[in-house]
Design a protein around this ligand. Structure first.
Ligand SMILES: C[S@@+](CC[C@H](N)C(=O)[O-])C[C@H]1O[C@@H](n2cnc3c(N)ncnc32)[C@H](O)[C@@H]1O
Length: 253
């Protein structure tokens, strides 16, 4: 999806805001696998609005390069101006404008299913990582997609998601073919919204490429059904999402 042809960039952060503890959960999950002392330069691959870029740079006390093809997403990222240790670069992940072995950590969040050529992008990650460097991947997978709480409300959504998201085996193969080895895989559960009504409000912004692909009538009918459901739920019940988290390692030379 070309984000520049959509209205998603302006709504993206509001549609994906987290409580600070959710961000912390992810940063800690990464540094559990990737020692902070081994990270001086991070690539935030497909950084979007940069919601992880500044926090990653601070958490790892490292330089960060955010790579992103969408001008509008990059404008949102640049407006955050996190620090002079974070720079953004307009490019596609299939051709990273960065030197071989320049990165200690490549971070990829929710980008895999957008790539025109995932195999080439994985090779680029392998090329730019130094020997012993790690790739941390937050992603949806075919297997996990059935658990997304919004699926039952939107007709045709599961089919779209299943067609676009890779399976776990495919993800592993992709990066192993690029010369990386799997270090770990787990599913991380995090709070996506504080309640069903808050969840509905986030989804209503439609800053989700799967929801954006639905015909308008299917989206509107689904959102109405979800809002009706939300009214009957315990207002204190948080909505969780389960996200696959992979770490790959480039073998030492
Ligand atoms: C769902 S957003 C994720 C943004 C960010 N990583 C995050 O988690 O908030 C997907 C991003 O991937 C970017 N993208 C699409 N094609 C790409 C490519 N070929 N290389 C790198 N990024 C790409 C999109 O422009 C968009 O900003």
């Amino acid at each position: 999806m070309d984000y520049d042809k959509t209205a998603m960039p302006a709504a993206y952060d509001r549609a994906r805001t987290y409580q600070p503890e959710v961000l912390r959960l992810w940063l800690e999950a990464i540094s559990l696998e990737v020692p902070k002392t081994e990270v001086d330069h991070i690539i935030d691959f497909g950084c979007g609005t940069g919601r992880y870029s500044g926090p990653l740079s601070v958490h790892f006390d490292a330089e960060l390069t955010g790579i992103e093809p969408s001008e509008k997403m990059l404008a949102e990222a640049s407006a955050k101006a996190p620090s002079d240790r974070v720079r953004f670069c307009r490019a596609a992940g299939e051709a990273l404008p960065l030197a071989d072995g320049c990165a200690d950590l490549v971070f990829i969040s929710m980008v895999l299913h957008h790539l025109a050529d995932p195999a080439r992008a994985a090779m680029e990650c392998g090329r730019t990582l130094r020997p012993g460097g790690r790739l941390a991947l937050r992603t949806g997978s075919t297997e996990q997609s059935v658990s997304y709480p919004y699926i039952p409300f939107f007709s045709g959504l599961l089919e779209i998601i299943r067609e676009r998201l890779p399976s776990r085996a495919r993800i592993r193969q992709l990066f192993e073919d690029a010369g990386l080895e799997l270090a770990s895989h787990r599913v991380i559960k995090h709070q996506f919204a504080a309640s069903w009504p808050a969840y509905a409000d986030k989804l209503a912004l439609r800053a989700d490429s799967f929801l954006a692909s639905l015909p308008d009538p299917a989206f509107n009918t689904g959102l109405d059904a979800l809002r009706a459901h939300a009214e009957e739920q315990d207002p204190g019940k948080p909505i969780r999402e389960d996200i696959d988290f992979f770490v790959f390692r480039k073998p030492a030379a």
